[in-house]
Design a protein around this ligand. Structure first.
Ligand SMILES: Nc1ncnc2c1ncn2[C@@H]1O[C@H](COP(=O)(O)OP(=O)(O)O)[C@@H](O)[C@H]1O
Ligand SMILES: [Mg+2]
Length: 371
């Protein structure tokens, strides 16, 4: 059944408001907690504080702000955030993809303000409660299929599908993030396709660095197969003590299931079809429908899944991202000059005391004792 188009928002008659609230300015945002570290920057929770009476404006909305140091992108010539920004700006909105809300820059950083997905990553979920049940893994895998369907239909390949880049929203559904390696599928300059990605999730054609290889959406389906294996076993498909060992095992192509872990036969079949060494034979290569029709997913009503009408296996409750205990140190003000840092109260601070934070009484006490 086709999904009906959503009606665009129209302002109440006579309200005089425009279709959207006014754009966000960097000075209206406060940085309230650190969320994650990245290669060239970090991700932080930010909150908008401004007086705005637009009917669509939420009260003090939260964002995940990814900031990347401009100096380092220049030095390393890795302009990942510019690529991510370009891909996110061109991808049509979809609930399975963490969207870009706004962008800013100051003298030090470029900032991407993203939709906040506050309930942790699939990686954390698998590490804390994995292996997942067959039905939970089926639901989460179906979320990944919806995300890839949208990305591929829009002409892109994500190229870094892995549990750290799949986050949970408040409704318990998963969303794909981190579009720094995303690429248009039609751009077929082979040298841009090889070597990219995270070692344990790379398919053989990328590991082999064979410039005559067939590159494209098969890269994402291979990684999706690795993620399904990981959800059902809490192990990686191909492991090794270093990247070379992992790459050698990927090229050999043999994998086993850990002893004592029961894996559904249909799930095993799907994993082996997604982990096909030949990209042209890999399931999903000719369209997402191939994957959707697989017996492991045959009970899913895809129209219902795309509308998010299934009950998620786990729905986080009473989550208050601002007032939780901090699990990482806040950045220093000079690292994010454009944002106002709102320091948390002492009892919620990350234990690792910033040695030069004069406002922290623990630091002052430590210094007094050292004298
Ligand atoms: N939209 C978001 N909502 C909540 N946390 C996020 C969001 N985006 C990123 N993060 C956190 O920041 C981490 C790094 O973000 P990511 O975009 O993957 O950066 P990198 O390119 O450095 O891997 C994620 O693993 C997650 O913990
Ligand atoms: Mg990432």
């Amino acid at each position: 059944m086709p999904i009906p188009e959503q009606r665009p928002f129209s302002p109440p008659p006579g309200s005089g408001s425009t279709r959207r609230p006014p754009p966000i300015s960097l000075g209206d945002l406060s940085l309230v907690r650190a969320l994650g570290e990245g290669g060239l920057g970090a991700v932080a929770l930010t909150q908008l504080h401004r007086e705005c009476s637009h009917p669509l404006e939420l009260r003090a909305p939260l964002f995940a702000t990814k900031y990347v140091r401009k100096k380092e992108t220049k030095e390393t010539e890795w302009d990942d955030d510019a690529k991510e920004r370009a891909a996110l700006a061109r991808l049509p909105w979809n609930p399975y993809v963490g969207s870009l809300v706004s962008v800013h820059e100051d003298d030090v950083n470029r900032y991407l303000h993203l939709e906040l997905l506050p309930c942790g990553s699939l990686h954390q979920l698998v590490r804390t409660v994995g292996p997942l049940s067959t039905s939970a893994a089926r639901f989460y895998f179906a979320n990944i299929v919806c995300a890839l369907d949208h990305i591929h239909r829009s002409g892109y390949v994500h190229r870094d599908v892995k549990p750290d880049n799949i986050l949970m929203g408040r409704d318990g559904y998963l969303c794909m993030i981190d579009f720094s390696f995303t690429k248009k599928e039609e751009e077929d300059d082979a040298k841009d396709w090889v070597g990219i990605g995270t070692p344990v999730y790379k398919p053989p054609e990328v590991v082999r660095e064979d410039l005559d290889g067939e590159f494209g959406r098969g890269i994402d389906w291979w990684a999706a197969g690795c993620v399904l294996y990981e959800m059902l076993t809490a192990w990686h498909v191909y492991v090794g003590c270093d990247d070379d060992r992992v790459h050698a095992r990927i090229l050999k192509g043999k994998f086993k299931y850990p002893k004592g872990v029961e894996v559904d036969p249909d799930a095993r079949d799907l994993i082996s079809r997604l982990l096909d060494q030949t990209p042209a034979n890999r399931l999903g290569r000719n369209g997402t429908e191939e994957v959707m029709r697989h017996p492991f997913l045959s009970g899913i009503d895809w129209c219902k899944m795309k509308r998010r009408q299934y009950a998620a296996p786990f729905v986080p409750r009473d989550l208050d991202p601002v007032n939780m205990h901090h699990h990482a140190a806040m950045p220093k003000q000079e690292a994010v000059p454009g944002l106002h840092i709102e320091r948390p109260p002492l009892h919620r601070r990350f234990e690792d005391i910033a040695e030069d934070d004069e406002t922290d009484p623990r630091v002052r006490k430590k210094r007094r004792l050292a004298r």
